[in-house]
Write a protein that binds this ligand. Structure first.
Ligand code: ADP
Ligand code: XUL
Length: 529
């Protein structure tokens, strides 16, 4: 029976999931995760990013992402005893927005990779910019304003591309690079996203950017699904020749290049275009119909769901992306996700079980104590200078601080996803922190919704494997329904449903109003100050 492989190159590591898609044998064959810091210490990353003296500048080495793919294939091939000859197609998911800048030697280097030498050694010279700005970078506020001004305002940009200009989006990052390092920009012949770059390596030729990850650049017209001439012009000169093609999410980018087949004894599997981690998670959490939403508690926290119309939010919050099925998805992103939870956990000397006990030992509503959890610059709401704020919260009180953080995160998610216009009855929870039932109980109470756990916490890698399956079937001339594709892989775990508690829901209705007011006050003070 056919096997499909999905990768997820996330901020902190690389995950691989293989599925058997046989009619009677549907199952996940394996999921393996490798943290970049431990797997490849020579790149000296911390949580997958390079240390930076300036908190708004966040880069990672693109060579590390490539090497991780090579090293991971070697481990999988050695340790996973599946019938690799049945591998039919490979796709992937990657952290969104990050960009890779390649010089003139890139096309030839890619075509002539030899299997008996390491991938990293052969790619060392292909970069016009040795490091890649990633989604955590917020250093492009000026460029955002310039692009918005050139295009006629933030709302015009949001209607054109699905989002107002965001600092981490690729357009503003490219503008900054072109303005500050014009020589290197001139040397750049190709700008890839993390997703399309890794797909290119597998296919041995430039892979397209899929419409889903393309929606995270402020460069693609959501209506025509083409690069927008006006947006490119407002961003940087000569961009039209540097960007790869755009393609639907189920496109085939080629077949596995000889380098990989020979080096790791793999068959000529189809390479399906990669996409962003959030579009892939939409599939990996089984959101193939419009009646539910998903919350991903990963490095970033995200709330997302399918949308019928590409209607951006009226106040500039959140994003509309093309979904892997070709429709649309709405999403709001919070930067202070798992890393903020880890900060509080470590600040009070806890482990995850102590963190959960703190939530169990404190009452919903936290007797009025609130926290704005902005340890790092925040994306939603936009906060450029980090700093947590407390109200009626004693910083010495560990348990109340844990609860204030988690409640703050959940209330911010509920508030800033209202623009998507739906109150979900069911939330599909995913990401590393969805292992924590106490956190999920706060989510259920704040959203007044049942929260279900999914069989896989690695929904992005699973979604990528399912996208590989879907695209392979489409390439064979069939038109499968998404419900058939995900069946058996994303069904919620039967005994892991967490329902809202009525009394807590009432408490949070009041607390959310107070939180909103607190947030508004502090944002106002910051603007004035
Ligand atoms: P990424 O977005 O990088 O793919 P993951 O979805 O793999 O991240 O989530 C990893 C994070 O999950 C870890 O950084 C950790 O903070 C968090 N995590 C793991 N277990 C727990 C737990 N029991 N409670 C809360 N958070 C957890
Ligand atoms: C999405 C975003 C993050 C990254 C994390 O807009 O910035 O969720 O994709 O990998």
């Amino acid at each position: 029976m056919p096997i499909y492989l999905g990768f997820d190159s996330s901020t902190q590591g690389l995950t691989a999931t293989a599925i058997d898609a046989g009619a009677d044998s549907r199952r996940v064959l394996f999921t393996r995760s490798f943290g970049f810091d431990e797997l490849l210490p020579r790149y000296r990353t911390q949580h997958g990013v390079l240390p930076s003296p300036d908190p708004v500048v966040v880069h990672a080495p693109p060579l590390m992402w490539a090497e991780a793919l090579d090293v991971t294939f070697a481990v999988l091939r050695r340790e996973e005893k599946i019938d690799w000859t049945r591998l039919r197609a490979i796709s992937g998911s990657a952290q969104q927005h990050g960009s890779v800048y390649l010089n003139r030697s890139w096309p030839a280097s890619l075509r002539t990779l030899v299997p008996d030498r390491s991938l990293a050694g052969q790619l060392e010279h292909v970069f016009a910019r040795p490091t890649s700005p990633i989604w955590m970078d917020t250093s492009t506020m000026a460029e955002c304003r310039q692009i918005e001004q050139a295009l006629g305002g933030w709302d015009t940009v949001a209607r054109l591309t699905g989002s107002r200009c965001y600092e981490r989006f690729t357009g503003a990052q490219i503008r900054k690079f072109a303005g500050r390092e014009p020589e290197r920009y001139a040397e750049t012949v190709r700008i890839h996203l993390v997703s399309s770059w890794l797909a290119s390596l597998l296919a041995g030729r430039d892979a397209p950017i899929d419409h889903g990850d393309g929606s995270g650049m402020n460069l693609m017209s959501l209506a025509s699904l083409q690069w927008s001439d006006e947006a490119m012009h407002a961003t940087a000169d000569g961009l039209d020749t540097k960007l790869p093609a755009l393609a639907p999410p189920w496109s085939i980018a080629g077949s596995l290049a000889a380098f990989w087949m020979e080096r790791h004894a793999l068959p000529p599997a189809r390479i399906v275009v990669w996409s962003g981690d959030n579009p892939c998670s939409l599939i990996g959490t089984g959101l193939v119909r419009e009646n539910s939403m998903a919350v991903s508690l990963g490095t970033s926290d995200t709330v997302f769901g399918l949308m019928t119309e590409p209607q951006p939010s009226a106040d500039g919050t959140g994003h509309v992306f093309v979904s892997p099925s070709g429709g649309y998805m709405g999403m709001t992103v919070f930067k202070n996700g798992s890393l903020a939870r880890e900060r509080i956990r470590d600040m009070y000397g806890l482990d995850w079980s102590g963190f959960s006990s703190a939530l169990r030992s404190t009452p919903p509503g936290n007797t009025g104590s609130l926290m704005l959890p902005w340890f790092d610059p925040e994306i939603t709401p936009p906060v450029h200078v980090p700093g947590i704020r407390r109200r009626e919260l004693n910083p010495e009180d560990a348990a109340a601080s844990v609860r204030a953080l988690v409640e703050g995160q959940m209330m911010a998610m509920a508030l800033h996803s209202r623009w998507m216009g739906r109150s979900p009855n069911i939330i599909h929870a995913t990401g590393g922190a969805s292992a924590n039932r106490e956190i999920l109980q706060v989510m259920a109470d704040v959203f007044d919704s049942t929260v279900v756990e999914l069989p896989s916490r690695n929904s992005a890698a699973l979604g990528a494997a399912l996208r590989a399956y879907h695209a392979d079937v489409v390439a064979d001339g069939r038109n499968p329904g998404w419900e058939d594709i995900v069946r058996g892989f994303t069904d919620p775990v039967a005994d892991r449903r967490i329902g809202p508690v009525a009394a807590n829901v009432t408490t949070y209705r009041r607390t959310i109003a107070r939180y909103e007011e607190f947030e508004r006050e502090v944002l106002g003070e910051r603007k004035r100050g």
